[in-house]
Write a protein that binds this ligand. Structure first.
Ligand SMILES: Cc1cc2nc3c(=O)[nH]c(=O)nc-3n(C[C@H](O)[C@H](O)[C@H](O)COP(=O)(O)O)c2cc1C
Length: 199
């Protein structure tokens, strides 16, 4: 089992989403001694935004790219290769202003590539990142699970599924801004969600 852990908090230290993702990875390793782990911390090595230059690089044929354009495309390609090379993806995902961190957005924008990780067929879109198990470790200050204020889970289910990653389990640590008791409860709930996902 090859595990890829993507930490998408803005914080390099003390991130709750990373803490939950670490717990998921440790639990997976406990159940599989030969599992290997690759960690990509997007706060430590931020991926660049999908801006006009990045789009221009991507849409320029490979043999016509400037060295700068080739280097920019190579950054995205490396993230795609990394995902494809692993069996299990563990995403540490904070909630910021009801949405995903820019770190996660940039990672998603990098790996979503037409003709590479998805394609359109006569029957509609087809995701090409197949056969992965994905765990999404969520950290939130408030309580939004199962409510219409939770835009993250439907969005992530949609975009990951679009890319072919349809086997996704969500692990919730919620209420982290609601006092010490709530924090304890949040991590206990995350552990319970993980055990339920593994059962
Ligand atoms: C800029 C910012 C915005 C936040 N927005 C929300 C929010 O909209 N809803 C919420 O429940 N918690 C919110 N929080 C609390 C975070 O979800 C919480 O601190 C969580 O631990 C963040 O994950 P991290 O520790 O992995 O960075 C916000 C925190 C920050 C710093």
């Amino acid at each position: 089992m090859k595990i890829l852990q993507i930490n998408a908090s803005a914080r390099r230290e003390g991130a709750n989403s990373t803490r939950v993702a670490n717990t998921v990875v440790a639990r997976l390793q406990a159940g599989n001694a030969s599992a290997t782990v690759t960690v990509r911390d997007l706060a430590v090595t931020p991926h660049p935004v999908l801006d006009e230059a990045a789009l221009g690089a991507r849409f320029t044929p490979a043999d016509k790219r400037t060295p700068e354009q080739a280097a920019r495309v190579a950054l995205d390609d490396a993230l795609i290769a990394e995902v494809l090379a692993h069996d299990v993806i563990v995403l540490g995902v904070p909630m910021y202003n009801f949405g995903n961190s820019v770190q996660l957005k940039n990672w998603i924008d990098a790996i979503a590539q037409a003709g590479v990780t998805f394609r359109y067929t006569a029957n509609g879109p087809e995701g090409l990142i197949k056969g992965k198990k994905v765990y999404v470790a969520l950290a939130r200050g408030g309580l939004y699970r199962g409510t219409d204020k939770d835009a993250q889970v439907p969005h992530l289910r949609n975009v990951l599924g679009f890319l072919g990653m349809t086997d996704v389990s969500f692990i919730y640590a919620e209420g982290l801004a609601m006092g010490p008791e709530a924090v304890e409860k949040a991590f206990a709930q995350a552990s319970a969600d993980l055990e339920a996902a593994l059962a």
